[in-house]
Design a protein around this ligand. Sequence first.
Ligand SMILES: [Zn+2]
Length: 273
Amino acid sequence: MERAPFSFMRGICRIDSICRRCYPDAMMTSRCEAIVIGSMDYREADKIVTLFTLEHGKLKGIARGAKKSIRRFGGALELFARLRLEIGLKEGLVQLHGADIVTVFPGIRTDLKKIAHAGYACDLSDALLPEGLSNSRLFRLLAAYLEHLDRSSDADPSDRRFFEINLLNVLGYRPLLEQCALCAAELTGGAWLNPAGEVSGLLCGECGRGGRRVAGTTVNLLKRSLQTGRFGMIGFSPGELDEGGMLLDSAITEHVQRPLKALSFLREMEEKS
Ligand SMILES: [Zn+2]
């Protein structure tokens, strides 16, 4: 059977509801690399998983019998596992035929704080990614973050912010770091946050009157986060984390359409530490 990349179908019909006219060979299969970014039990024996695949972007798939068939899936469908998959389409659903585990990131799974950070990164990616559009830069970013968490001794909150600004940047949602978000003036005289929190982005002194001032070092660290491609290279101080975090949180809130469950868990873990 000839393999056809699903990206051929983009723009013709939706990846999760493909019609017979657009896709007459409904049993066609494809191999892909994936990270599990969401997983839920479905009916008695099945699982519905959200996959971020390198080749086809975000897909929702069903793994029939996954809860019972250890032989076919083992622990492969756990959140943030990295896999090689064989997927197929039948009756309009992406079906998982088999999965090989590349890694389950064992260094993350023994540490609650790391689990919270990895789970949040997956949930945020899920919330912001459109379905069925490949984005190899974002796939590599998430994979690099998970690899870094896996081998680090601790989950560093600086890495979370590094991930967020790069994620927003790749998706075209990044707050401006050089110009006022309201009047577009150059931020040469400093940067402020909107006092009422209604505008996400950095503001000039005039537009941000009464708001919190953001240190130049924070803005520079955010800029550097975009320039260096490696996790672990940028360290924010607690004050810089606070300021950068407020800016990034508001930018994320603007684009996320649902509450991020993983964020509540992450905050809980951070409060404990
Ligand atoms: Zn302004």
